[in-house]
Design a protein. Structure first.
Lengths: 563, 313
């Protein structure tokens, strides 16, 4: 407040001073005014015609008030809005920067597992996981021949230099392979494994730790309904000790809904003796059970606790060969987030991180274009509506028509008739929005056109262009900005809605609506829920940011709030 | 008042006729497979005769005239793909009852809650309760409702062990859809009531009442609240309009056999005649809603005179 007063004082003092100086400088005559005759007698050369100067004309009346500076000062006082604006700008910039970052996937490309390589991660307790996702950067460290597979292995630090052993199927002698460190990918060792001896296990430098154990892990694959047996460690922690002679330590992992599974062991021959096994939960490994299966009764029939579910094939409790080094085939489907696919992959193997940002780009593009169309068409139509009397009837009736019908219905109808693509979706969303803005502009034009300050400006000879820019526009900027800022989250929301009812963009184009909708269809599988949660969070952040920033900006831009 | 109502009614009917004309006109541009159940197997001659039989080859004004004539007799046409050749009115009637039940329950929940929240926010303007309520309103208004509806369904069903889908015989299966429908309406009722009440408190007569020592409670309930509720009356029939888009989501999310879910179904099956019928019904409902809202407001508030408003432009 104090600054404002001093500001005014400064100006008035300046004025006073300049007048005083001027007076002092002049040789003031004794007489103050001239009689009519004396005036007649003055020669015109004494006078100078004052040219009209736009800037000079209003200078005396103006403070150094600037509409936009004041608006921004008001806006930046609102800490919350500034924080939101920052988040928004960071998100916006990031969506454009993201494709340029290294190691990004194309959102449209379906990713396959690597054709010639496998990546094995060994954990502290000897658990080994084989994956077909290329975790290492750059080309293969060594080019695998036709019948070879390159195996990359990562072992815990405490293991030291790992030793690789491979063996052929069955009771063959293991052969040690040279483990070479990949200079470009720290922590990865690689070797070439031939097709003849594909079964590989890894031991630590001193040979005390190994991934190959004298036990069997039986796992169930929900998709195929089959069980798999392996001697590669699957459970965490130490193995169960005290295995009775002549038996095999066998672990089971079945879906939670099965309860405690029933396992009946039998010999290989049909009709041989059957023994029901007693299962004990494995400590610290939820969902795992173990039992000791007699060596001669290795065929295991597994059913759920109540007997309603049964595995397709029988489990085999025989020490099997170690991890088979064989490239994984197929698409990288429904991969959980990992270091290569940061947000995982979807059900056809596309990278969700890339699709996420691609979708954000698409949705923001749609939102911004819709908002721009609304602003441009709305302002033009509003000015025509306000200034051209003949068009008043037409626009008023159009407004009544559009305003009477829910915009959702218009949106649905328009996108049903025009087949979905980005331009048609933009067109469908732009049908209704502009008329509200046009009506507002029209009302403002009608109200403000003949206000006193406009009359004053016109009397001072201000050109119409200047009247519009300086007197009319500031009254509208706040509402135009608000409507634009709200049109963006609105359009993004409409896009999600259209996708949901089946009228959205083709599923191949990444957009937030498509991603949320895809995630929704998978939400009943808890392990795939991340595909819904991540786009939902991004979507909420974007819409809330635009909403709050738009509101704060329109408050700041309203001249009534400029004190 | 009566004259105004009649004028408005005539105008509404005109709007509806224009809308029907536009829809029927636009549908001419549509692919024609939406009219046949087994389009892929039909020969071009068969399609041609089928279209002629349905009257789709007639000029636009004939089609519109016929549609309006049938509409007046309560005939919306027959479904082509959703249920082959079943009259649309037969399909819609039972579904309307279901939609109405869910809608009315959620309205009965949201109206008192929304009003209470709005009044509370206005009374504690600028304080914590107001800020909290504002955060809720911003969230609901800004985030597309598809997103939080999905999470309500997901976590509501798993945490409280409620049914994921609607079952007519189990009333608990209605809890989640009603919550989903009520959340956005609570926020809009609260937002408007708060705004009206705050506006009202700044008026001179309230200042006068304060100055002459009227107790605060009396001011709030006898003056501010009463006067702010008047414009809310206008909103209530219109909020049926709001629930239409809401109910499209909730009904198809929870498989409620109502009108909103039906619209999604027929769009997915591309049943053109059903889509026209549903769009006409939804539009008619909202037009009537707006009309009733305006008339109701005139009845509630004697200060409002429509005749004057028409003239002053």
């Amino acid at each position: 407040m104090s600054s404002k007063y001093s500001q005014k004082e400064k100006i008035s003092r300046k004025l006073e001073q300049s007048i005083e100086e001027r007076l002092r400088g002049l040789a003031v005559s004794e007489k103050d005014d001239l009689s009519a005759e004396e005036m007649e007698g003055l020669s015109p050369e004494l006078f100078e015609f004052a040219e009209y100067d736009e800037k000079e004309a209003e200078r005396t009346g103006y403070s150094n008030y600037s509409y936009w500076r004041s608006t921004f000062r008001m806006f930046f006082k609102n800490k919350m809005a500034v924080a939101m604006l920052t988040i928004m700008l960071v998100l916006l910039i990031f969506t454009f920067v993201q494709p340029l970052l290294p190691n990004q996937f194309d959102p449209y490309v379906v990713n396959y597992y690597d054709e010639k390589g496998v990546w094995i991660t060994v954990e502290e307790d000897g658990k080994a996981k084989l994956e077909g996702i290329k975790y290492t950067k750059g080309d293969y460290a060594a080019e695998p021949a036709e019948d070879e597979t390159i195996a990359y292995v990562r072992v815990p630090q405490s293991w030291g230099e790992p030793k690789f052993y491979v063996k052929a199927e069955g009771e063959a002698e293991p052969v040690q392979l040279a483990a070479t460190q990949d200079p470009e990918n720290i922590g990865w060792y690689y070797t070439l494994v031939s097709e003849e001896m594909p079964y590989m296990y890894v031991t630590s430098e001193d040979g005390t730790e190994t991934t190959y154990h004298q036990a069997v892990w039986v796992t169930y694959d929900e998709e195929s309904g089959g069980v798999f047996s392996t001697s590669t460690k699957q459970t965490g922690g130490e193995l169960i000790t005290g295995v009775p002679a002549g038996t095999v330590l066998t672990y089971f992992n079945l879906p939670e809904s099965w309860g405690v599974p029933n396992v009946v062991a039998a010999g290989i021959m049909r009709g041989s003796e059957e023994t029901s096994m007693e299962l004990t939960p494995v400590p610290e490994n939820e969902g795992w059970y173990y039992t000791f299966v007699p060596e001669e009764q290795m065929m295991l029939t597994i059913t759920s606790e109540d007997g309603s579910q049964k595995t397709l094939n029988k489990g085999v409790a025989r020490i099997t060969d170690p991890t088979e080094v064989k490239p994984v085939s197929g698409f990288i489907t429904n991969q959980k987030p990992n270091s290569v696919f940061w947000f995982g992959t979807n059900d056809i193997g596309q990278d969700l991180w890339a699709r996420m940002w691609g979708g954000t780009r698409t949705s923001l593009f749609i939102g911004i274009v819709v908002a721009l169309i609304e602003a441009v068409v709305g302002i033009l139509a509003g000015l025509l509506w306000g200034y051209v009397r003949k068009l008043d009837f037409l626009f008023t009736e159009l407004y009544n028509l559009i305003n009477n019908i829910p915009s959702t219905i218009i949106l649905i109808l328009a996108s049903y008739i025009m087949r979905p693509s980005i331009p048609t979706i933009i067109a469908a969303m732009s049908i209704t929005g502009w008329i509200g803005l046009a009506r507002f502009i029209r009302n403002q034009v009608v109200i403000i056109r003949d206000r006193d300050f406009n009359l004053a400006s016109r009397c001072l000879g201000t050109p119409t262009r200047r009247v519009i820019v300086k007197n009319l526009l500031p009254h509208m900027v706040s509402v135009v900005m608000l409507r634009m800022a709200l049109a963006i989250p609105g359009a993004i929301g409409s896009e999600v809605f259209l996708c949901y009812i089946g009228l959205g963009l083709p599923i191949s184009i990444p957009s937030l609506g498509n991603l949320v909708n895809k995630g929704r269809s998978l939400m009943m599988a808890p392990s795939l829920r991340y595909q819904l949660v991540v786009p939902a969070i991004i979507l909420s952040v974007i819409t809330i940011c635009f909403y709050l920033v738009g509101n704060a900006f329109s408050d700041a831009a309203d001249p009534k709030n400029h004190v | 008042m009566l004259k105004y109502s009649l004028k408005r009614l005539a105008r509404s009917l005109l709007t509806l006729v224009i809308l029907i004309t536009i829809i029927i006109g636009l549908l001419q541009l549509m692919p024609i497979e939406g009219y046949f159940n087994n389009y892929e197997k039909m020969s071009p001659a068969l399609i041609e005769s089928g279209l002629r039989e349905m009257g789709l080859k007639d000029p636009l004004y004939v089609q519109v005239g016929r549609y309006l004539k049938n509409l007046l007799q309560g005939d919306l046409g027959v479904s082509r793909r959703y249920r082959v050749n079943a009259p649309i009115t037969d399909i819609i009637m039972p579904k309307m009852a279901v939609s109405m039940k869910v809608g009315l329950i959620s309205m009965a929940v949201s109206l008192p809650l929304g009003m209470a929240l709005g009044a509370l926010m206005a009374r504690s303007k600028g304080r914590f309760a107001d800020k909290l309520g504002n955060a809720y309103i911003v969230f609901i208004q800004a985030v597309p409702n598809a997103v939080y509806f999905i999470f309500i369904q997901l976590y509501g069903s798993s945490w409280f062990n409620l049914s994921v889908l609607y079952k007519p015989e189990d009333w608990t299966s209605l809890i989640l859809p009603v919550i989903s429908l009520a959340l956005p309406s609570i926020s809009s009722y609260a937002m408007w009531l708060r705004r009206y009440m705050v506006d009202e408190t700044n008026k001179d007569y309230i200042k006068l009442a304060r100055a002459k020592g009227v107790p605060n409670t009396t001011i709030w309930f006898r003056h501010v609240f009463r006067n702010s509720v008047v414009p809310m009356v206008n909103l209530i029939p219109g909020s049926i309009l709001l629930t239409i888009s809401g109910s499209i989501y909730t009904e198809s999310l929870y498989s409620i056999p109502g009108m909103g879910g039906l619209l999604v179904d027929v769009i997915k099956r591309q049943d053109n005649s059903m889509i026209v019928a549903l769009v006409v019904i939804f539009a008619a409902l909202s037009i009537i809603g707006l009309l009733l809202g305006d008339i109701l407001m005139g009845l509630v508030d004697p200060r409002i005179s429509f005749a004057k408003k028409e003239g002053a432009r």
